[in-house]
Design a protein around this ligand. Structure first.
Ligand code: GAL
Length: 368
């Protein structure tokens, strides 16, 4: 059963139009902050640096979109917590003290951040959970369909194992951080595909999503299961897929099992091209980040109709029900889809991917 409830767009739309739109253009009553113009500050809290997406895509895309929506008058104040929940709480407190107009928070620890979310709310600052579902009284949530991410990973792994896949085939699961609610959804989505089809020989929730933690766990799993007995590895993201690969190589594995990933990081895309990693998940960062910027700006500017139109889905967190949300779709990135995903969307040029080391592999799959 999917945990996310997606409501019917049409009925929500009717309600919101009648409830707050036309007659009250400043927003949705009690929870609305005073309407602002273009001179606004959006606080942006991102969780870590090990994964390249945050500094490379999320932050600059949100910064540029806010500028575009505010005739270059709006600012984004950005802080990265470097995987420390304590640091992120301080950063959020600083933004509350500095009276940010709205805060977008991608939580290191979705539970631990709830106190700060409450403080922001008490200070009249709307909070939008970005990518990870922060607990506490948030105003809205924008993310990808994270259970779908796990399903795509699980299905791809089965596809790589082939039609003769058997319940005795041993799969190792290297899941994401236990403080990240997405990691749980990725794992559940993957298990919904893998359960009953393969043998989950070992499974680990990796602290802080750190590639070196994934590598250390994988080294132990190889020693326990035997280096030629591993049929496939579910790695929840690309950084950790890199750690898994290092451990396999260090153990002297020459025929690599299929390894999954997520995020379409450049070195992972290159590994997919060369065949060292079976797949990644392509998440369109522009789709997520631009929608987040729009949600933040329309929320502060009191554009209730636009805000409602952007947040037609409904999601429950452990502390709040029916959160106005937007969930963006994802797709598998394999050798066959590199061109139609990251290249088509202008995330990477063919020159970025097909460097000297990967020229031959690129040519072999017609990437030119
Ligand atoms: C998840 C996020 C992924 C990946 C991972 C590790 O919450 O959705 O895209 O970045 O964290 O940082």
């Amino acid at each position: 059963m999917r945990r996310i409830a997606i409501s019917v767009a049409a009925s929500t739309m009717t309600l919101s139009l009648a409830g707050c739109g036309v007659l009250n253009a400043t927003g949705d009553g009690a929870s609305a902050s005073p309407t602002k113009g273009n001179d606004i500050t959006v606080g942006l809290l991102l969780p870590e640096k090990a994964n390249t997406r945050y500094d490379k895509f999320d932050y600059p895309i949100i910064r540029d979109k806010v500028a575009e929506l505010t005739k270059k008058q709006g600012k984004v104040q950005y802080a990265n917590a470097d995987a420390s929940a304590a640091r992120q709480s301080e950063q959020m407190q600083n933004m509350i003290d500095a009276k940010a107009d709205v805060i977008l928070v991608d939580a290191v620890d979705s539970h631990a951040i709830a106190d700060e979310v409450k403080k922001a709310k008490d200070a009249g600052i709307p909070v939008i959970a970005y990518d990870r579902l922060a607990e506490g009284p948030i105003d809205a949530y924008i993310s990808f369909d994270n259970e779908l991410v796990g399903e795509v990973q699980g299905r791809s792994l089965l596809e790589a194992l082939g039609p003769n896949v058997d319940t005795s085939d041993k799969v190792v699961m290297v899941n994401g951080s236990p403080t990240d609610p997405n990691a749980k959804q990725f794992k559940e989505g993957a298990l919904s595909e893998l359960n009953g089809k393969v043998d989950i020989a070992d499974s680990f929730d990796t602290p802080d999503w750190k590639p070196e933690n994934a590598e250390a766990f994988m080294a132990k799993a190889i020693a326990q299961i035997g280096k030629s007995n591993i049929a496939g590895v579910y790695a929840a993201n690309d950084g950790m897929a890199g750690g898994v690969l290092k451990a396999l190589k260090a153990a002297g594995v020459t025929e690599l099992p299929p390894i999954t990933g997520q995020d379409a990081e450049l070195d992972a895309v290159q590994r997919v091209v060369s065949g060292e990693q079976y797949m990644s998940v392509y998440k369109s960062y522009p789709d997520e980040a631009e929608a987040a910027a729009q949600m933040a700006v329309t929320k502060i500017q009191g554009k209730g109709i636009q805000f409602d139109a952007l947040t037609q889905d409904r999601v429950d967190s452990p502390t709040l029900k029916d959160i106005p949300s937007k969930l963006v779709q994802v797709s598998a990135l394999t050798k066959h889809t590199v061109k139609d995903t990251v290249v088509a969307d202008g995330i990477y040029g063919i020159d970025d991917i097909c460097t000297a080391k990967y020229k031959a592999a690129c040519a072999a799959i017609g990437l030119k």
